[in-house]
Design a protein around this ligand. Structure first.
Ligand SMILES: [Fe+2]
Length: 445
């Protein structure tokens, strides 16, 4: 596959023409009486027309046929996609899943859309407030099928197998340890090259932003220039038997046929685009004296709620870094959090749990449910010599952290058969080291 080109920057006003059609962007206006190359102009709005400039998002697409050229949408099989948050009774326990099983290519062909499984979520699609966590498990490319989401944005975290993503804005290749965001309404189709797995954070009604940096200053964490946007690419392709456009609308799946490929955008401009980001580019900031900074210091992207400082969901990573804190218990501390924490592992071992939490699996620590290092980790870290040390080399764990209280689906709790019933046992060996007659700590033994 030839190397793909990208435009660099987060949220910029960009413009791109397929090099086969130079001058395909109209000059000086968006909507000429006749567009260059006799293309159709179409606006894709990602925000209310009247949003302030800082949050106003739209792009203009110049395409061979407008998106409206399709047969009516009809309801199709939902598979394991759901937005019903009362399928099973609530469960406040710490939950952990073994790696979710990918269907074998030799058994049945499953593409990205038919391989979507909703694991947990909360909120309401119709009022544009909430989120869902999906797991995708697939082994085949989408053939003459594309997908778009009327409900929200997808932040896609591939864990096994690379994704070649065709979008209306061009093509992106997204490997494990990279992420991409495909925003509401954007049509895309995914090619895969092996048995493939990953995680999706869907947020309703808001878009991901870079977090404010406060006293950190102008630079750091995920830098805007490291976000990559595809360049215009089109195909003028008739499809025998019809091309299928799949739409997730109010949580349900629908399909419509059309005669041509939807990737017929010759040129586009605007600030509402898909984008990708390599997690290796994250500039990690951490304690260089003692104690921990709160894990918000690892936020890559945030989807803000209307309450100041409170996110619908944050995407947080725990990248390789140096641990240098003195007189400090260095693993994550024990805690109870008003937020819900879904964690996944792209590769390697997570620092607070050496076994059980595996790449392609997950965990959910719900609102106010206690969690922290397992007994083994506590014993080792309490006695460790506090020299500078590398943490998490070869590893990438991440968290979807939400202010909403997440409901787990029936697939998550039962059908997936991946729930680890023994998770709670990792804390059972923790024992009291209390010495009521001596303030001098001696450490565990
Ligand atoms: Fe936590």
């Amino acid at each position: 596959m030839p190397e793909l080109k990208y435009i660099s920057g987060f949220g910029n006003e960009c413009a791109s023409e397929d090099p086969r059609c130079p001058g395909s962007l109209p000059h000086g206006q968006n909507n000429p009486q006749i567009c260059p190359y006799n293309l159709y102009a179409e606006q894709l709005s990602g925000s209310a027309f009247t949003c302030p400039r800082s949050t106003n998002k739209r792009s203009w697409l110049y395409r061979i046929l407008p998106s409206v050229c399709h047969k009516p949408f009809e309801s199709i099989d939902q598979g394991y996609v759901t937005h019903k948050w009362d399928e099973v009774d609530p469960d406040p326990n710490q939950l952990r899943w073994k790696p979710f099983e990918i269907p074998k290519t030799s058994q049945n062909k499953v593409d990205f859309v038919s391989g979507l499984h909703t694991l947990c979520g909360a909120g309401d699609i119709r009022s544009n407030n909430g989120l869902a966590v999906h797991i995708f498990l697939c082994n085949s490319s989408m053939e003459n099928r594309c997908f778009y989401n009327s409900d929200g944005d997808f932040l896609i975290v591939p864990q096994k197998g690379k994704l070649l993503i065709y979008t209306e804005f061009g093509k992106m290749c997204v490997q494990p340890n990279e992420i991409c965001v495909i925003q509401r309404g954007m049509r895309f189709s995914i090619d895969v090259f092996e048995e493939t797995r990953g995680y999706i954070l869907e947020v309703y009604g808001v878009h991901f932003e870079l977090p404010d940096l406060g006293p950190i200053g102008a630079n750091g964490l995920a830098n805007p220039r490291d976000f990559l946007i595809p360049v215009a690419w089109y195909e003028d392709r008739q499809v025998q038997g019809g091309y299928t456009v799949i739409n997730k609308y109010q949580g349900k799946l629908f399909a419509a046929k059309q005669a041509v490929s939807p990737f017929n955008v010759v040129a586009w401009h605007g600030n509402y685009t898909p984008y990708k980001y390599n997690l290796e580019n994250f500039m990690v900031i951490n304690s260089v004296a003692f104690d921990h900074a709160d894990p918000s210091i690892f936020t890559v992207l945030t989807a803000k709620s209307v309450r100041t400082g409170v996110a619908i969901a944050d995407f947080v990573i725990f990248p390789p870094r140096w641990g240098v804190a003195e007189k400090t218990f260095r693993p994550p501390y024990y805690h109870r959090n008003c937020m819900s924490e879904f964690m996944g592992l792209i590769r390697g071992h997570y620092e607070a749990k050496q076994g059980g939490f595996l790449p392609g699996g997950g965990s959910l620590h719900s609102a106010m449910t206690p969690h922290g290092p397992d007994a083994d980790c506590f014993e080792k870290a309490s006695k460790a010599k506090l020299v500078p040390e590398r943490i998490a080399d070869g590893t990438m764990a991440f968290m979807f952290e939400s202010s909403l209280s997440l409901a787990v689906t029936k697939w998550g709790l039962k059908t997936s058969c991946c729930l680890d019933e023994n998770y709670y046992k990792c804390w059972e060996p923790l024992k009291s080291h209390f010495t009521p007659n001596s303030r001098n700590p001696t450490g565990p033994n």
